[in-house]
Design a protein around this ligand. Sequence first.
Ligand code: NAD
Ligand code: ZN
Length: 355
Amino acid sequence: MFRNFKLVSKMIFGRGCFSQLDGILAEKRLNSDSFMVFVVDDVFQDKSLKERIPVRGKDLILWVNVDDEPKTMYVDKLTGNVKEYMDRLPDGIIGIGGGSTLDLAKAISLMLTNPGSSADYQGWDLIKNPAVYHVGIPTLSGTGAEVSRTTVLTGPEKKLGLNSDYTVYDQIVLDPELTEGVPADQRFYTGMDCYIHCVESLNGTFLNAFSSAYGEKANDLCLEVFLEGGPESADKLMMASYFGGMSIAYSQVGVCHALSYGLSFVLGIHHGVGNAAVFDYLEEFYPHGVNEFRQMLEKQDLELPRNIVSGIENDKLEKMVDVALILEPLWENALGPEWKKKMTRERIKDLYLQM
Ligand code: NAD
Ligand code: ZN
């Protein structure tokens, strides 16, 4: 059975295209009484981008903090803030920030039209009602959150996305200028998220010509950016993120992401950092990818976090394994339909304990 999947309907790309946001939103504003909600990473509270946000009339800016990756409780609180602000739905939700902020904005746009807590919808296709119109504007490249049909949330029991066709952005604004000012280590870790998306997609059993076309190009762009650099790097990395996201949209990620979700749930380690920390130990699964990753790491002159799991309490280790094992499609993509015979709890523990 082939998946009939939803794509982002509209996109604009290019240096400075953020200036066209006002015009894009004007078409969606219903009347003088309606409003838009800008969900913006609070790192921009004292940056010049703040002055460029096209706030009109009754619009609301919701500054969000992403020191911790998005939690279902935080999504529920922010959704409540929007509902309290006015007793009607906004015309649009506009997310401006890295993957965490893009996911928060997606989740708020879904939870405004779906009852209950966002934790109730962690899984695949549980969302029943279409979201409020939503726009994604990345300021950090790599996660592919701008194109994906998920918003990754940590809930009381698990780290798992709200995966649905309604999650996908209606519009994205890809302006590479917005990524200027990202610290070098963060740029690398989020860039490696993209690189690892490609490796896991290209080496997975779900691979097809669609996913390899996007994945191969994104893979090459990452290598150009992190091995050669150059003035177009921000543009290339933004397109790599988009293509990497398209690649996994029709395949899946693999071993690294499954293990990284466990790390993140139990230890609060951020996605990009966790992926990089895990990937360095996955030579047996992805020998070529790990070799290239090490070359890029060396070029960036960064130290990976080490000894993050060894010595951990047993109950935490067990929980990490539980979280990793929930992600069945990832294991199946990596190891095939018989994956349960190949990847036991003991083997996952052994992998974790090396880290
Ligand atoms: P992030 O959004 O967590 O941001 C990392 C740091 O960079 C933050 O401190 C942020 O304030 C800062 N930052 C962002 N843009 C900046 C800029 N232009 N200048 C200076 N600082 C800036 O990082 P991320 O790696 O982009 O996102 C990780 C999140 O994305 C995780 O929560 C992960 O689960 C999620 N994710 C989602 C998908 C998806 O498909 N939905 C895919 C992969 C990862
Ligand atoms: Zn990822």
